[in-house]
Write a protein that binds this ligand. Structure first.
Ligand code: HAM
Length: 485
């Protein structure tokens, strides 16, 4: 019997892996623009970290962790999320003291023992970010803007997503709200489902998160946190909205957002979609001003988010995000026929790859027709068949397997020059005496240097790639000559 993967643990095949990588690259780019630095953390922690950090009565800690016990009897769990681990590392490595305003990002596998379904897995992947030491609502707005820069128009641009924000109050106002909520829920206790009855005593705000349609009316009539916010929390939330407006980030206030983890205070947000069935959240996050202290660190606020890579990737697939562009611009199929030509092609492949060109060397000696049909499958742009005839004639036909030509690409680059020039003019106006990068030089010099090197780049590109087939044929002849020496 063959061995299968574990239920809820997925293989990510190349086509999906390319979308994963694209999302990760877009995220890295955005993190750099917001001055976040990467942190890499263990995938397993002592269970107590999650129990304390996420909350002992949350679904995650109560029933979703993969836990094992070490030889000393200590329980350890695969991480169900990243925030608790980041906070532990932030405290344990002294960053809370040396860099209390650290802004950190991370990515990787998370594990939750949930019932697998569309968009929900037992091993899944997140990209997350955490910003410490800044309690200002502008920091909340920036964190949210960063998330939207990854998933929205400026990032992978998935369609049909919605940013929902809420304030869930703090230690000053939430207990009063909880009391009001429990009073209300008790009035309807007879109609509550089993889960909600249990939550009524353990974690009443989670009742609002019930997915059971039978509970919808009760949830809809419940008192809202918004009505119970204290002045400080209301002011903070107003600030978040004001800054989001200023940054042009569109949002909807949804008073039903409660989040499934206990560490949140004040701002909570989710990016949702109705395109993935029951799994509507593609990203979530919020402020957690008490968590660093709770986990043994100093009193420092924090805020962050995590996005679910599988869910965003599923949307990218539905949107048919053009991954062709992501692939190598020109993958060259190099097809040798006969042993001498195989050696020649091995040399040619080495040379082309050295020039930064992607090459698939067809070394399996199959029929030419089979090889040609494979060129299509793997998305080759050009094919070069190298047989005895080509060697004898010292010439080669470079077959263009697709219609689009390099020339289009070149036009795009050329059109970019005036844009860059105008960008530099703006810089020049703003920094009349100094360039940002090269402080000792004046702007005019820096400008001409930048523009010069860009033009250089373009002309090199034009020279070497404008007529790629001709250039490839030249490389072929060069290798041939080399071999004959
Ligand atoms: P979360 O809402 O539990 O937040 O998870 C964030 C995202 O991970 C979800 O929106 C979803 O896209 C994805 N996700 C969660 N569970 C699964 C699953 N079983 N299968 C596939 N995707 C899943 C957190 O984890 C917080 N640590 C976020 C945060 C960071 N808050 C502050 N900082």
């Amino acid at each position: 019997m063959s061995i299968k993967a574990i239920k809820g643990f997925q293989d990510i095949l190349p086509e999906r892996a390319e979308r994963f990588a694209r999302l990760e690259a877009v995220a890295r780019d955005a993190f750099a623009r917001y001055a976040y630095r990467e942190i890499r953390l263990p995938e397993m922690e002592f269970t107590e970290l999650f129990a304390r950090g996420i909350g002992g009565t949350t679904d995650i800690v109560e029933k979703e962790m993969f836990t094992l016990t070490d030889s000393k009897g200590r329980a350890m769990s695969l991480r169900p999320e990243g925030t608790a681990g980041v906070v532990r590392a932030f405290i344990e490595n002294g960053l809370a003291v040396s860099e209390p305003q650290a802004k950190l990002f991370y990515g990787g596998a998370m594990f939750r023992h949930e019932r697998p379904q569309k968009g929900r897995f037992r091993q899944f992947h997140q990209i997350g970010a955490e910003a410490f030491g800044n309690a200002d609502p502008l920091c909340d707005a920036e964190t949210i803007a960063l998330l939207m820069d990854i998933v929205g128009e400026r990032g992978v641009d998935v369609q049909g997503i919605r940013l929902e924000i809420n304030s869930i109050g703090d230690d000053a106002c939430r207990p009063k709200y909880r009391e009001a909520l429990v009073r209300y829920l008790k009035l309807h206790e007879g109609s509550l489902d089993e889960d909600s009855k249990r939550r009524l005593t353990t974690n009443p705000m989670r009742v609002l998160d019930s997915k059971n349609p039978a509970m919808a009316d009760i949830v809809a009539g419940a008192p809202t946190m918004g009505e119970h916010l204290c002045d400080a929390c209301r002011e903070h939330f107003d600030g978040v909205k004001r800054y989001l407006d200023a940054m042009g980030v569109q949002y909807h206030v949804n008073e039903r957002i409660v989040r499934g983890l206990d560490y949140y205070t004040r701002t909570a947000f989710e990016v949702t979609t109705d395109r993935l069935g029951a799994q509507s959240a593609v990203a979530g996050g919020g402020r957690y001003d008490g968590l660093v202290k709770l986990l043994g660190g100093p009193e420092l606020p924090g805020i962050g988010f995590a996005l679910g890579i599988e869910r965003i990737e599923a949307l990218m697939e539905m949107d048919d995000v053009d991954m062709e562009k992501q692939r190598q611009d020109a993958l060259i199929a190099l097809i040798p026929i006969g042993e001498a030509q195989r050696i020649l092609c091995a040399k040619l492949a080495t040379r082309l790859r050295g020039e930064g060109i992607a090459v698939e060397l067809f070394s399996d000696n199959r029929k030419l027709s089979k090889q040609m049909s494979r060129t299509d499958k793997i998305g080759c742009r050009y094919a070069m068949v190298v047989g005895e005839e080509e060697v004898a004639k010292r010439d080669i036909v470079v077959k263009d397997l697709r219609e689009a030509t390099w020339v289009d690409l070149l036009h795009e680059y050329k059109e970019a020059i005036p844009l860059i020039e105008s960008g530099l003019r703006v810089l020049e106006r703003q920094f009349p005496t100094q360039s940002i990068a090269i402080k000792s030089e004046n702007m005019a010099e820096a400008k001409s240097r930048t523009l010069g090197s860009f033009k250089d780049l373009i002309s090199k590109y034009v020279d070497s790639r404008a007529d790629l087939p001709a250039w490839l044929a030249e490389q072929f002849r060069a290798v041939l000559e080399d071999s004959e020496k």
